[in-house]
Every structure is written in C-alpha cells, then in structure tokens.
Design a protein around this ligand. Structure first.
Ligand SMILES: Cc1cc2nc3c(=O)[nH]c(=O)nc-3n(C[C@H](O)[C@H](O)[C@H](O)COP(=O)(O)OP(=O)(O)OC[C@H]3O[C@@H](n4cnc5c(N)ncnc54)[C@H](O)[C@@H]3O)c2cc1C
Length: 406
C-alpha cells in the first residue's frame, strides 16, 4: 500500500490529504502535526472569516524569485478550477464584493471543523507529534524514515507543509541539502520610533505611503490602527512586507536580513493621513474654528492632542489661511518612522523560505524523489487579501494531483 505522509497539518495538508484520500482510498495517508489541533492558523484567517482568494489573480501581488512558476500554476488551476477543487473537498465559497472569496458560512473555525471532520471520516491517520529528523532509507524506490519526538514512521512519499519557517525546520531541511536564503516574519505590525503610547486604539481610514530615502515607494488606502508602540491595519501589514522584500530583492541590502532588521530601517518613512480631498475642508469648514475643535471632527481626541503637541500648535489657535498648511500636514501627511517589526505571533506569513529553484512545477523536490514542499514554507508571499491561501492551497492541490498520477 502506497503511504503518503504530510508533515504539518495546516491548510495545505488538510486540503491535499483529503483530495488524495477521496480520489484514491487505497493510499494510506498520514498527517504529523505538532500542535494538539489541526489547522490552528487557518482558523484565525481573514478576521475569523477566512479570505480564501482575491477577486482576481494578480501575480504582482506576490513576492517570489520567479513569477513564471506562479503564472503556470494559476494557468493550470485558475480561479474557477480552484473553487471546483475546494468544492470537491467540501468547501463552498462566495464573494464578498471587493474583498474576495470566503467560505459560504464565513467562518474560519467552522471551515477547520469541516475539514478535520472529513479527515477523520476518510480514515486519514493524524499523529500529534513533531518531526525532528529525517533519513533517506532508500532512494529508488524512495523510502523515508520520519523521526518524531515520540515515534518513528516510514513513508514512500513525504509532503512538507510546515508553514512559517523556523530554525528547527531549517536544520531538518539541511539534511535534505536544502538551504534557505533567509526568512523573516512578514505581514506584521510595525513598531515606530515615535512615542505613540497614548494613541492605542485610535483608528481611521487613511492613505498610507511608504517612502524610501524621501521618495514614495508604495501607496495603499485602508484602515490604520495604533498599537501602544506602533501601527497595524491591512495597509501597514502590506508595507511591512514591502520593506522586507526590499531587503530580499536588493543584493546590497540582503546580508542585513540575517540580523535583526532594526537599525537598517532609517531610510523608511510612513506617511499617514486622510485622502487629499479633505484639504478643501480646511478652508470650507475650518476657517475661524479653533484648531483642536476642527481636527476633532476627523480624529479621536488622543490623536488630535498628539498632532497638536508634535507640531507645536496651540489647541485654541484659530484656523486661517496662514496656518492651513501646518493643519493639512497633520491631517493628510503625518510622518512616522520605522523602528522594527512585531514578532512571529503577530505575523501572517514568512517572507523568504525554501528557494523555488529546488522544486518542480508539481512542487516536488528536484533532486530527491517523492518529497514535496507546499504552502507558506516556500519563498512565496502575497499581500493581504486571500493571496496567501490561494497560493498555499493551490500548491497543495498541484502536489496531490502529482502524487495521484504516480
Ligand atoms: C492572523 C492571520 C490571518 C490570516 N488571514 C489570511 C487570509 O484571510 N487570507 C489568506 O490568504 N491568508 C491569510 N493568512 C495567511 C495563511 O494563514 C497562511 O498563508 C496559511 O495558513 C499557510 O498554510 P500552511 O498550510 O502552509 O501553513 P500552516 O497553516 O502554518 O500549517 C503548518 C503546520 O505545520 C505544523 N508544523 C510545523 N513544524 C512541524 C513539525 N516539525 N512537525 C509537525 N508539525 C509541524 C504547524 O504546527 C502548523 O500547524 C493569515 C495568517 C494569520 C496568522
């Protein structure tokens, strides 16, 4: 009996294992998951709703060494066939306009429950243990010894689906001669040099611009939220990945990625503010009004006090054509400076990971037969908005189809 073992029981493993077992019940399928529960990360996605795909496949929303791999993947499994495969494993989806595709019940925990239920019903073996080492028992036909903390298994096929990279996985991968170019937490809140402790909880819809050496580099619109020492919200998460990608894509910056990035971030500035159209409000609705009273129409008092103090403006100062530029700076172009990034527990993806040069279009290792790598552990990361699950799940479907063909 052919045995396939998934290392890691997240979104990639759940969907791929179900697809394999449903299509060929004669295959013995195992999932080794170090957590007590399967799909822990999947259950947190999309603010609890799980954004499974963007409205359209935008290849440029991804950071990876070769966009060709993604083009081929999304050509072979376009959005329509992606939803057909999801339906086959029991996931029905719907669109939420402008945001993307979600499970019909709009519940990420429910999605995990459904998938876990199906895994058990199909007789997929779930082992709650952590892989710590791997040995190649035989090359052709392939046979692997999977050494976990509490037990050891043998398997003809191994699918690595361990998600966000960590040092333990790096050591295991080195045994297979797979070396990483480095990795860092991405899509994470940003710590600021400014003291924003009083602004905790302030949020508003903002234009957000990332400047590098004074030049605009990326722009977004969306809700920003202050944390006690930094900024969060979808535009900020995207910016964090933009900054990290700069380190990966520019070889002169690249060596610094290995070290804590703080200290290398002085070139980056984040400009936050209301859309430009609000400039007109200053003359229309602001002239003759005290500065604080006017700003409080747009922002929470804590943020207004922060702005007035930072720009040395008396709260009672009357708005006139003479001071409107200072006011517009505060409303539309407030500047913040990047200190560092929040850690892994706040991060949605890993920037960096297994270089794609190691894998085939079926996500199989080019040099070691019948080992596959899928999902977030690969050096592919997308922006917020369903891009990451779309890639993770599609890579795992491609891998399942390849195993089924053997
Ligand atoms: C808060 C949050 C919200 C998100 N929202 C979205 C969203 O709405 N849309 C979107 O597209 N993406 C979203 N993402 C990203 C998305 O969740 C990931 O891209 C996706 O879950 C990656 O799936 P994976 O199967 O590759 O890895 P994971 O889901 O991380 O699964 C990997 C599993 O492997 C296990 N594991 C690791 N090492 C070992 C080992 N040595 N032995 C055994 N088991 C091991 C881990 O415990 C884990 O369960 C979000 C992420 C977070 C954190």
């Amino acid at each position: 009996m052919k045995r396939v073992t998934f290392i890691g029981g997240g979104s990639a493993a759940l969907i791929s294992s179900i697809l394999i077992k449903q299509r060929d019940p004669s295959i013995d399928v195992f999932i080794i998951e170090k957590d007590k529960k399967l799909g822990r990360k999947l259950a947190m996605t999309g603010g609890g709703k799980c954004n499974m795909a963007p409205m359209d496949d935008d290849i440029l929303a991804y950071n990876l060494e070769s966009h060709d791999l993604l083009k081929d993947l999304y050509h072979d499994i376009n959005l329509d066939s992606y939803f057909t495969y999801l339906s086959e494993v029991g996931i029905e989806t719907k669109t939420i306009k402008d945001y993307g595709y979600y499970p019909t019940h709009e519940s990420a925990p429910q999605l995990v429950k459904n998938l876990t239920h199906r895994v058990r019903k199909l007789g997929i073996h779930v082992i709650n243990d952590e892989l710590v080492d791997i040995e190649i028992v035989n090359h052709n036909p392939s046979l692997y010894k999977l050494i976990c903390k509490d037990s050891t298994y043998e398997s003809e096929y191994v699918v690595f689906a361990t998600g966000g990279m960590n040092d333990k996985m790096v050591a295991i991968l080195e045994k297979l001669d797979i070396y990483l170019d480095g990795f860092h937490n991405g899509l994470c809140p940003i710590k600021l040099k400014e003291n924003v402790s009083n602004l905790f909880g302030c949020r508003f819809m903002a234009n957000v611009t990332l400047k590098e050496n004074g030049k605009p580099y990326k722009k977004y619109f969306g809700e920003v939220q202050f944390k006690k020492d930094g900024l969060s919200g979808i535009p900020i998460l995207n910016l964090s990945s933009d900054i990290l990608r700069r380190f990966y894509n520019d070889s002169s910056l690249y060596p610094q990625i290995e070290k804590p990035i703080s200290g290398c971030l002085d070139d980056f500035e984040i400009i936050v503010g209301l859309p430009e159209k609000y400039f007109n409000d200053i003359s229309k609705k602001g002239y003759g009004v005290q500065s604080k009273d006017f700003l409080m129409k747009y922002f929470k008092e804590e943020y207004v006090d922060y702005l007035l103090c930072k720009h040395n403006v008396n709260p009672q100062e009357i708005v006139t054509s003479k001071n409107e530029l200072v006011l517009s700076q505060m409303m539309l172009k407030e500047s913040f400076h990047v200190d560092s990034f929040y850690g892994q527990e706040f991060s949605q993806v890993t920037v960096g990971g297994i270089p794609l040069i190691n894998i085939t279009k079926d996500f199989e290792n080019k040099h070691i037969q019948n080992t596959y790598f899928v999902g977030e552990m690969l050096n592919v990361d997308g922006y917020c908005g369903g891009y990451n699950l779309r890639f993770t799940i599609t890579s795992s479907i491609k891998c399942a189809l390849s195993i089924l063909k053997r």
